[in-house]
Design a protein around this ligand. Structure first.
Ligand code: G3H
Length: 496
């Protein structure tokens, strides 16, 4: 159970503590932030409402702790990360329970998220040992006008304090995807969890605490965005921000100082279906890609662009699969569970009503109970409908019928997002040409979009983000290059 056993020290009364300087603390504000269970719509947990002063102190400590951490041998950093990964996996049950209660993640998916996170941390430790253990050696005589009088040695050094802000939909996994690269690279880490998902994050952070990381190296401050959000992202002590979420990322990128940013801000992933596609495979991927975790994934299939000739058959196949999706409570491991908040549900409903008014074909009846929205496939969607462009982040999927591949590519590229996309065809040559033409960070051929496996590069073009993630890219992004140049008094050439 959350907050019990080894996790007992992270809660006092009914309020979870925040983590700073290697200790679990109560905020001096005396205030808390309520976390509403999306299923019951009642307060499930409470977390500390930290003050700006507490944020200042935490960052100051993180700065200090980073100095000695940077001097800790790489293999020792890796060893601690492996330990944290094992502890995290050992405690998957209570952490998964938090995910079920805070963000209504289906029970099995919640466990998968924690296990995947442990694997990510371990992989990151191994990858860090490999890539940070190598540098470059350059010689001056390859550049015109130079003799071999200069040897340049480069290595990757940490940035300092990394601020990690994960989203509600993967609070644990998208937190560790920032924490582990930061730590292996010799940085310290301050985590600001999303409100929904904060308690899952606090449990995960406690696993790092139990692993024995030095005091202050990792901390987790909770609270209201309005009080500590801008304060954190504009803090002069922060040397790098890794953010996953929505529009807030655009505001952060405008306000942040001259520091490296890694941002993933959502997508409107298109699924282009050609006449020669295996329609059973397409239907299975559309349902999995569009409806898993009720569509609340940035990489969800968010618009199907299908050639008119096969549209009727495909829609029928998808409808048949949608009919089999179970709808209900995350505790029962239903496929479709309540969306994260009432305002999300209202937003989704707004898109559905707009499509209705403009004449989309409803393949199922629109049904909602509180935050629970039944899966809905909208056929014959046109580009004047909001759902053609906006990201519902819910179980509603539009189908646009196209008469040429170019039309599909054009729709995909007209989006302000450019995260991922997918194309289904048996013709690999066509698939490659379409992939090259799609303005997205990744194109999947014959599969739905997905971030994983977690060591693959993951990036968005346009409003979908800045920089590239994935384990290797994140480690590199959280370092900078340091060169030392040895200047010789006379040219020296290595002889055989
Ligand atoms: O929601 C954004 C996530 O990065 C998507 O990850 O493709 O593993 O579901 P996923």
């Amino acid at each position: 159970m959350p907050g019990t056993g080894v996790f007992a020290e992270i809660i006092e009364g009914d309020v979870y503590k925040y983590y700073s300087d290697g200790e679990w603390k109560r905020s001096s504000s005396g205030k808390s932030v309520a976390i509403v269970n999306p299923t019951t719509r009642k307060t499930q947990y409470k977390v500390q409402a930290c003050t700006q002063e507490e944020v200042n102190k935490t960052i100051e400590i993180a700065k200090f702790a980073q100095k000695s951490w940077a001097k800790t041998p790489l293999w020792k950093r890796a060893e601690l990360l492996h330990k944290a990964a094992a502890i995290l996996k050992e405690h998957k049950a209570p952490i998964a329970e938090c995910l079920v209660k805070e963000i209504a993640k289906p029970a099995k998916d919640a466990v998968t998220e924690v296990v995947r996170s442990g694997d990510l941390v371990s992989y990151c430790a191994e990858e860090g040992v490999r890539i940070l253990g190598e540098g470059k050696f350059l010689m001056s005589d390859s550049f015109p006008g130079n003799e071999r009088t200069k040897y340049c040695l480069t290595s990757k050094i940490p940035l300092g304090v990394v601020l990690a802000i994960p989203p509600f939909n993967y609070p644990v996994n998208l937190a560790v995807s920032k924490i582990a690269p930061a730590l292996i690279a010799g940085n310290s880490l301050v985590l600001k969890p999303p409100t929904q998902g904060a308690v899952s994050c606090l449990h995960m952070v406690h696993c790092f605490h139990l692993a024995g990381f030095p005091k202050g190296l990792i901390s987790c401050v909770t609270g209201k965005g309005s009080e500590i959000g801008d304060f954190l992202t504009m803090h002069p002590g922060v040397n790098c921000i890794s953010f996953t979420g929505g529009d807030t990322g655009v505001a952060i990128s405008k306000k942040a100082g001259m520091i490296p940013l890694q941002m993933e801000l959502g997508g409107k992933d298109a699924c282009i279906v050609l006449e020669d596609a295996d329609l059973d495979l397409v239907a299975a991927n559309i349902v999995k890609g569009g409806f898993s975790y009720s569509g609340q994934r940035c990489t969800a299939v968010k618009v199907v662009l299908v050639m008119e000739a096969v549209a009727d058959t495909l829609v029928e196949k998808v409808k048949a699969k949608v009919a089999k999706l179970t709808v209900g409570a995350p505790e029962d491991d239903c496929d479709i569970t309540p969306v994260v908040s009432e305002s999300s549900a209202n937003y989704i409903e707004g898109l559905v009503m707009d499509a209705k008014q403009k004449g989309a074909t409803f393949c199922q009846e629109y049904k909602r109970d509180g935050n629970l929205i039944w899966p809905l496939l909208l056929d014959n969607v046109r580009s004047d409908m909001r759902i053609a462009w906006e990201e519902p982040f819910g179980p509603v999927l539009p189908v646009i019928r196209i008469t040429s591949v170019e039309e599909g590519i054009h729709h995909c590229n007209a989006s302000n997002f450019g995260l991922q996309g997918c194309v289904f065809t048996r013709d690999i040559n066509k698939a490659m040409l379409i992939s090259d033409a799609m303005e997205t960070g990744t194109v999947q051929i014959n599969s739905a979009p997905a971030r994983g496996p977690d060591h693959f590069p993951f990036q968005g073009l346009k409003d979908s983000g800045i920089g590239s993630q994935g384990i290797t890219n994140s480690i590199n992004m959280m370092t900078k290059i340091k060169s030392t140049v040895v200047n010789l008094p006379t040219p020296s050439y290595t002889m055989g």
